[in-house]
Structure formats: C-alpha cells, structure tokens
Design a protein around this ligand. Structure first.
Ligand SMILES: NC(=O)c1ccc[n+]([C@@H]2O[C@H](COP(=O)([O-])OP(=O)(O)OC[C@H]3O[C@@H](n4cnc5c(N)ncnc54)[C@H](OP(=O)(O)O)[C@@H]3O)[C@@H](O)[C@H]2O)c1
Length: 377
C-alpha cells in the first residue's frame, strides 16, 4: 500500500484546474490543526489501508473534521503497520468486536461481509456507523444518504443521542449520477433515466489500480498481462462491469443504480435503466445520462440549474469541444457536468442528455461519508 501522505497527490499537476466544493483549502505545512480536540467525537476508520480508507483520512484532514481520538482498523494482515495522520503516528489495529468500545462514529469501508459482521456489533456498542458497502443500503430502516440530495433521511441521528445507528453511503455510480440528476429532477420530475457508465479501476479497490498499472507496463513491453483481479486484460481494453450478472441480465452494479435511485428520491415509480462498463481509467468514473421529464426543461435552464447546484461544476464549452474528463475531476470534490443538450429523439424539451464525471473514491465514497458524519455533529 502506498503511504497515505503521498498517494493522493499522484496527479498533483491536475489539481487546481477546477474550483473545489470543499469548504476548506488543502492544509499547508504551517497551518495550526484544530481537528484533534477534546470536544470532538471518537472516530474509527474500518478498512483504513484500502483505497477508500486512505481517502477517508485525506478527506477528514482536508475538511478539518473534529475528533478527540481516531482508531485505524484493518485486517490481521495490516495490524502493526504505521500510519502518520495529522502529525501523529498511529498503529493499525486488527478489527475485532472490542474495537468499537467508546467509538462515536465508525466509517466502514472493508467490504460487505465485514460490514454485515461488525456493523451491528458497532451499533450495539453505541457507535453510529457510516457504511460504504452495499450490505445495508436497501434495508428499510437504514437511511441511504447523499447530503446534497436527501439529508432529511437521517434526521434525528446525532452523536450524543446515546444510541447507535447505521447509515448507508450509496453506490459510487449512483452518487455521481444523482448529484447532477437531482437538481434537474427537483425542477421537472424525471420520469425515465438511461445511464451508461465508464467506470475506473479505483472503484474496484487499491489492488485493481495496481493491476491496471502493472498490466499497462507489461502490455507495452510486449509481455502477457497479469490478470488476478478481473481475469481478463484490462489495460487497453474495456469490459462489462465485474459484478455478478443477475437472472434478468443486468449486473449488480446496474441494479444498484435502479434501486438506490428509487430509494434516495423516495420515488418508487421513477424508471431507471443502466449499462455499467469498466474502462482503463485509474481513478474517476464517467457517466452518460439521458432523461425524460414530466414537464419541459430546456437546455439553457438545465445548464443554469446545474451551475447553481452544490457540489456540481459545469464544463460545457461546445466551441472548443471541452467537456468533463475523469482526469480533470480526479482528487476533486465536485462532480463535473457537460454535453448538456436537448435529446433530439424526444418531443420538444421533454428530453435531455448530459455527461457527468466524478471522483468516486472521493465524492463517490469517502467525501460523501464524511459529509454524512458532519451531519451527525
Ligand atoms: N473503491 C471505491 O470507489 C468504492 C466506492 C464505494 C464503496 N466502496 C466499498 O468500500 C469497501 C472497500 O473498498 P476499497 O476499494 O477501499 O477496497 P480495498 O482497497 O481492497 O480495501 C479493503 C480494505 O478492507 C480491509 N479488510 C479486508 N478484509 C478485512 C478483514 N477481515 N477485517 C478488517 N479489515 C479488512 C483491508 O485491510 P487489509 O489491508 O488489512 O487487507 C483494506 O483496508 C468495499 O465495500 C467497496 O464496495 C468502494
């Protein structure tokens, strides 16, 4: 695993191209840190050595999230590993049921089976769990939250209530899609949405990112690519999303977009269909989204709505053919939207096409979860 302090700066030359949504600038070397404070909650990061876990630390730091203590938890394999965070040294501990004693907020990103086993144990011990896996997303009593979209779903859940709780972070493709779709949906109800995704390696974790890099070197050197994560060549290729294919022919990732949208919008009638594709991009997802609206919504109005939407930036320059790219949004908080145009296949202004890019380790996972945690304070 790359050291936390360096890994998210790999594309530092790309930083600064977009305005960022985060309220705080990246910390400079001489900034006084206010986040380690007695009045803050006690935090645990489960899966801290993973792609999302590392980003949790980055986001907590960038946003000056207050905490009085922070526990670094992972599997036995990583126990004992050292992590430097905000000028303190921590040792990674093996996750056990006892890990959650005295913990107020537990940020989980260690896979669905770990969430299923340890999430309820953490809640029993009074922790509020913000879970990045799909384990609890569709449970009726678990809020599924994008803070810009449906913060009310977690109303009443607060640190200090003396009660544990579970809150689910939506799937990364769902978050990125709905960041752009929701402001439009609020103006004119979306009747049907067709989503096609172009998903990055990072969505499959740190090992998939390493494998894409390795394969790229191997293929360029004329060698046979190492295929451990996806069982097929990923470099210079693309393929249908690696999640299981269900009896209806959709894969799980596609059905997450369908079901999670209905839950987050609290609209069982919205029609959603999706095709999810893995592309050899390192870090951020792209999605093409087509809408059918109940009432007309012209493209200029849609562009204005998106320009004013929190956490969204519009890059839509037809003259120079400049639109969002995964590289431009990598390590950024904002979701970028472009290619905003009337769908010529539909009557009048009832249809619209957009193209969205978002860093799914950040807004699609760690940032969204930390924003949820901020609502708990
Ligand atoms: N990548 C994304 O963009 C993304 C987006 C949304 C949600 N998620 C979800 O977040 C979770 C993690 O994803 P990731 O991409 O960060 O994966 P990853 O890079 O493979 O990291 C997995 C993490 O889980 C830990 N872990 C594995 N087995 C464990 C065990 N038995 N006990 C404790 N910790 C264990 C690993 O610790 P060791 O280092 O000790 O193995 C590591 O810290 C998954 O549920 C994924 O679906 C990921």
């Amino acid at each position: 695993m790359a050291a936390f302090t360096t890994h998210h700066h790999n594309q530092a030359h790309l930083l600064g191209l977009l305005p960022t949504a985060g309220p705080k600038p990246r910390p400079g070397p001489f900034r006084v840190r206010m986040s380690l404070q007695e009045t803050g909650p006690s935090v645990a990061v489960v899966g801290v050595t993973g792609a999302v876990g590392q980003e949790f630390l980055s986001v907590l730091s960038d946003r000056d999230f207050p905490y009085r203590s922070i526990k670094m938890l992972a599997s036995k394999r990583s126990a004992g590993q050292r992590i430097a965070f905000q000028d303190q040294n921590y040792v990674v501990e093996e996750l056990t049921a006892e890990s959650f004693n005295g913990v107020d907020i537990a940020l989980f990103s260690a896979g669905g089976s770990i969430s299923k086993e340890f999430g309820p144990l953490a809640v029993d011990r009074g922790a509020i769990v913000v879970d990045n896996s799909s384990a609890f997303r569709m449970h009726d009593d678990v809020p599924l939250v994008i803070p810009e979209v449906n913060p009310d779903a977690m109303k009443g859940i607060k640190v200090g209530n003396g009660k544990g709780a579970l809150i689910a972070n939506p799937n990364c493709s769902t978050i990125i899609c709905l960041m752009a779709a929701t402001p439009l949906h609020r103006r004119s109800t979306v009747l049907r949405m067709v989503v096609s995704t172009y998903q990055a390696a990072s969505g499959a974790g740190a090992a998939a990112m390493r494998e894409l890099e390795l394969q790229t070197h191997e293929v360029l050197a004329g060698k046979k690519p190492t295929c451990n994560i996806f069982q097929r060549q990923y470099a210079f290729n693309l393929f249908s999303h690696n999640s299981s294919v269900l009896p209806n022919g959709y894969n799980e990732e596609e059905m997450k977009l369908v079901k999670e949208t209905r839950k987050i919008w609290n609209d069982p009638n919205v029609k959603v269909t999706a095709t999810c594709i893995r592309v050899p991009v390192m870090r951020a997802h792209a999605e093409s989204v087509n809408f059918q609206f109940e009432n007309p919504l012209d493209e200029d109005t849609a562009r204005d709505i998106l320009k004013n939407a929190p956490g969204v930036v519009v890059i839509d320059d037809r003259a120079s053919n400049n639109f969002p790219t995964p590289l431009e949004v990598s390590n950024k908080d904002d979701v970028a939207v472009g290619r905003i145009r009337r769908d010529v296949s539909q009557e009048g202004d009832y249809g619209l096409d957009i193209f969205v890019c978002g860093d799914q380790i950040r807004k699609g996972a760690a940032l969204n979860a930390v924003q949820i945690a901020e609502l708990l304070l």
